[in-house]
Ligand binder design. Structure first.
Ligand code: MG
Length: 260
């Protein structure tokens, strides 16, 4: 009988990779459900609506309701609504993120000098001019907020740059670190995930393929942590890292071993 009542699962590199479901993913999710754990899917991908994630998981045979999906854009919007209500935002980010911020009542400006907050995120149209404008927004005194720290994203074949790469480019030119980066492993994300699951951290398992986001989120909060080797991190990374997962699993298929 396990003392775990909830599980936070990363999506990319843990359940799916590109268009493929990872081997053993369904088996692992079934063993979590069979042991009575509620599952929340927590992704640092800020570029897609929750419905997209729900449909994608369902296409892979994973039954999931919208409340079970928590993404970095949702946490970022909640953070800005709490900490910077009514602010004018300069956004380096994709259309979905901009739309969510507008829906939450924020004004988006294209004038770097007029921005109260610079929001930085993955933007696959990012270029030199956008970097210049973001730099000028920070020079003019805007607060610097990032959606998530992921430097890379696993796609089908290769890793590609994520939000962290763009945040770092802006931080580099401005010689200034962001005030806040949301997504995993931010405490706001841990709190939102635990609230949705209705569990305390000591009764929660977090499983993911990244040490610096998934495992760090759990370690900082006092959850049980498991790294899967189906995405970004390797066994060699575990040896080198400051963040130590409680378990290292070849894939999600082995998650049942933690529950015994
Ligand atoms: Mg991942």
């Amino acid at each position: 009988m396990t003392s775990l009542h909830g599980a936070i699962l990363d999506v990319d590199g843990t359940v799916v990779r590109g268009d493929e479901r990872l081997p053993g993913a369904l088996e692992g999710i079934r063993s979590l459900r069979a042991a009575g754990l509620d599952v929340l899917y927590c992704s640092n991908n800020p570029t897609r609506p929750v419905d997209h994630h729900v449909a994608r998981l369902r296409d892979h045979g994973v039954a999931v309701d919208p409340w079970q999906v928590l993404t970095a854009d949702v946490v970022t919007v909640e953070y800005l609504a709490t900490e910077h209500p009514g602010s004018d935002l300069f956004v380096v980010g994709e259309p979905h993120l901009c739309g969510r911020l507008r829906d939450a009542g924020f004004a988006l400006t294209e004038d770097p000098e007029a921005a109260d907050v610079l929001v930085a995120s993955i933007d696959r149209e990012f270029d030199y001019d956008r970097l210049t404008q973001a730099f000028w927004a920070l020079e003019a005194g805007a607060t610097f907020v990032g959606t998530d720290p992921d430097l890379t994203i696993p796609t089908g074949e290769r890793l590609v740059p994520g939000s962290g790469a763009i945040i770092d480019a802006i931080a580099g030119v401005a010689s200034r670190e962001p005030e806040r980066v949301l997504g995993k492993p931010a405490p706001e994300t841990a709190a939102a995930a635990l609230e949705r699951l209705g569990v305390d951290p000591e009764h929660c398992l977090v499983v993911g393929d990244r040490l610096d986001t998934d495992v760090a989120l759990g370690e900082r909060t006092g959850m049980t942590t498991a790294l899967v080797l189906t995405g970004v991190a390797t066994r060699a990374d575990v040896e080198r890292a400051d963040v130590r997962p409680d378990y290292v699993l070849d894939s999600l298929a082995e998650v049942g071993e933690i529950l015994d």
